[in-house]
Design a binder for this molecule. Structure first.
Ligand SMILES: *[C@@H]1O[C@H](CO)[C@@H](O)[C@H](O)[C@H]1NC(C)=O
Length: 277
């Protein structure tokens, strides 16, 4: 009797496991992109920093577009948007020495950046769209867009919600190889606009007077995890807001009211100066 019951239980468990495996393997039901409402970026003061999947899809294949995938190379190889060039995480950065050394992870000089952009087929007129898998991080698309805008390029956008949202809306990724880009005839960058960044001295002088937000993981903030810094932990006085706090679960942006409320909890509004790192 007891043995029978056990056998039944085992059978039930096996059945459940099989069901789980099958449901786990099923691919998501295909979404028809034309049935999905386009996310409204016009309500954001700088909504033009982003492009919706629908607008990007309309531009695919256009000579005007240079599409840059900022995921790690293995992720790019598994699946990227058709025609995207895989530039990895550090394409626009200087990597002098090793992580933690003073020059490591700083931005390329204007001349070096110009060379890199020409090789990628970028000139002053192209629309440059950067994307990554938003939730896998580490935000190399945002950093790239920040740096290109800092160098005076205006037509630079980040794909709203990255590849997660791209797929959620019903578009596909491909593992097909993308031909090497044809270099552009040239590009002229401006000197980096220093208002985009804060120097170590500026931060030091403002300590205690202006909000400093650490957007890294809680473990990095607390110092139990370290992504290459010589010493773990955070800058004294910094507040912690994990960067994903500003995003919806599907990678789109939280509403203006929600973002205002997150910042309001730290007594700042979007017209105040504050620094993120
Ligand atoms: C993405 O998430 C937001 C907020 O939850 C929601 O309003 C929107 O409909 C979602 N978009 C899609 C395509 O699922």
């Amino acid at each position: 009797m007891i043995l029978n019951l056990k056998k039944q239980q085992v059978a039930l468990i096996l059945l459940l496991m099989t069901m789980l495996v099958f449901t786990g393997c099923q691919s998501k039901p295909a979404v028809d992109p034309s049935t999905v409402d386009e996310f409204d970026l016009s309500v954001y003061p700088h909504g033009d920093y982003f492009i919706t999947p629908q607008d990007l899809n309309d531009m695919l294949g256009s000579e005007e577009l240079v599409l840059l995938d900022c995921n790690k190379p293995d992720l790019y190889a598994k699946g990227h948007i058709d025609g995207a060039i895989g530039i990895g995480l550090h394409a626009f950065s200087d990597k002098i020495g090793k992580p933690g050394d003073p020059g490591w992870g700083t931005i390329k000089s204007k001349d070096d950046l110009e060379k890199t952009l020409v090789d990628l087929g970028i000139d002053n007129d192209k629309t440059v769209v950067l994307y990554s898998n938003v939730f896998k991080g580490p935000g190399a698309d945002g950093r790239g867009a920040w740096q290109l805008r800092m160098a005076g390029l205006k037509n630079v956008k980040i794909l709203l919600g990255g590849t997660t949202y791209w797929e959620e809306v019903g578009y596909e990724l491909t593992s097909e190889e993308v031909p090497a880009p044809t270099p552009s005839a040239g590009i002229t960058l401006k000197d980096y606009d220093e208002s985009f960044r804060a120097s170590k001295d500026e931060i030091f002088n403002k300590l205690g007077n202006e909000l400093l937000i650490d957007v890294r993981t809680e473990k990095e903030f607390k110092g139990s995890q370290n992504a290459g810094e010589p010493r773990g932990g955070h800058i004294k006085g910094a507040e912690h807001i994990l960067w994903t706090e500003f995003l919806n679960e599907n990678g789109t942006l939280k509403s203006v009211e929600e973002i205002d409320a997150i910042l309001g909890a730290f007594d700042v509004s979007k017209t105040d100066d504050f620094t993120l790192y």
